[in-house]
Design a protein around this ligand. Sequence first.
Ligand SMILES: [Zn+2]
Ligand SMILES: [Zn+2]
Length: 346
Amino acid sequence: MPTIPVYAAPSAKAPLERTTVERRAIGESDVLIDIHFAGICHSDIHQARDGWGEGIYPMVPGHEIAGTVAATGPGVTRFAVGDRVGVGCLVDSCRECDNCRAGLEQHCSGGAVPTYNGRHKDGEPTYGGYAKQIVVDENYTLRIPDALPLDVAAPLLCAGITTYSPLRHWNAGPGKKVAVVGMGGLGHMAVRIAHALGAEVTVLSQTLGKREDGLRLGATHYHATSDPATFEELRDRFDLIVSTVSAPLDFDRYLSLLRTDGALVNVGAPEEPVSLNLFSLLMGRKTLAGSNIGGIRETQEMLDFCAEHGIGSEIELIEAHQINDAYERVLRSDVRYRFVIDTATL
Ligand SMILES: [Zn+2]
Ligand SMILES: [Zn+2]
C-alpha cells in the first residue's frame, strides 16, 4: 500500500508530529486527492487530545480539505485528474437509510464514516487532511468552483457548511433579523453567509474587540454580551439566533432575544448538559434546536453559493511545523479566523 507523509498525534497526550501512514489503494469509485490546504477546526484539537474519548491513534486530524484530483478509479464519472476538489467531515455512510436517501448523510442511521478518527466499513481507520494525499469515494468528494481560491475554501468544508445549513434551514434571508453568537471560526462564516443570504446580521460577542471585522464581513450591528444593557436593548428582536460557541449559554437570556416563533440554533457543543426554564420557550412559541454540518448535496450547494458571492474564510496560513502552536492559539481564541495548513510544508 502507498505511504503518505502526514502530521499525526501519536497518542492523546503527545504533540502532533511528522510521520507517515499507509493509505488504501484507489478503488473503483475512488479519487486520489493531492491535498493543498487543510483547515484546523476546533474539533481537531478535542479529538487529537481525546476530549470525546475512544480516539484512534495515530490520529491524522483534518476535515477541511482542499486540493486537486491526482488519479481516479476506473468507475469514477464525476471527476477527472486536475479537478479542484474538497473533502469535509464525512467520507462515507450507509447510503440506504432514509437520511442518506434524503441527502442528510450527516445523520445516517448507520453512522456516517468521519473523515478521521473513524473506521471505514472494512474496519480500517480513517486519516484526515493533515496529509499530502487522501483517497475518497467520489460520492463524498465536493467540487470547489474556480472562483474560490483553495486556501480560503478549505475551511468552508466544515465551518462553512456548519453555519450555512442552519441559516438555510431556518430561512435566513431578506426581511429576517439574524444574530450570530460568537465571532470565531464558525461565527465569522455565519456572518458572511447570513449577510449574503440577505438577512440583517447582528453579532453577539463577549466584547467589542472584533467589531471592525464583524462589520466588514457583513454585520449591521455588533453588541457585547458582557454588557447587560445588550439583553435589554435587543429583547424580542431576532427571527433566528445561531450560537457558534461551545461554552454553555444562559439559554433563558438568549431566548428572550427571539421574537414570536423565533429559533435559537446551536452549532457549538458544550461538553456539559445544559438547563433552561421551559417558560422561555412557551412564551412566544420559540424553538431551541441544534444542527450538525450538512449533507453532501447541501455542502456542494454551499460551495457554489460561496463562489457566487465571493465568500471565503478569513485565514492565517501556517506551515506544518506550526500546528502544535496553532492549537494553543485556537484554544486561546487567538486566530483571525481560521488556521490553514499549507501541506506543501509537510
Ligand atoms: Zn470541524
Ligand atoms: Zn445512512
